[in-house]
Design a protein around this ligand. Structure first.
Ligand SMILES: [Zn+2]
Length: 100
């Protein structure tokens, strides 16, 4: 068993876990309360840990996790029609309603 990733959001962990499962890497998700061990974590906040069952799968798992983490989040985008800046959550320009 090797710890490969931890995150306060269980949903993030679940998507990591299923990405690894797709590669045939067995995972286990554990809840752990670190209680502010790193200083960044509010006391009582729960971090969730992603473990791989087989140690020899850990390097592949870490590689895949890094790939996922490197994927850029959707950034702000500039409308082609009116040059207005739109937030990443908008699929259409808020000003002229052109699609992203
Ligand atoms: Zn526009």
């Amino acid at each position: 068993m090797k710890l490969v990733y931890s995150h306060p959001n269980p949903i993030v962990l679940c998507s990591m876990s299923s990405a690894l499962n797709e590669l045939g890497i067995e995972t286990e998700i554990r809840n752990d309360i670190l209680g502010g061990a790193t200083g960044e974590i509010a006391p009582g906040e729960t971090w969730v840990e992603l473990w791989v069952i087989r140690d020899d799968k850990a390097p592949g798992a870490s590689k895949r996790i890094n790939e996922i983490l490197k994927q850029p989040e959707r950034a702000e985008w500039i409308c082609n029609s009116c040059q207005e800046t739109n937030p990443p959550t908008f699929d259409f320009c808020w000003l002229c309603h052109e699609p992203c």
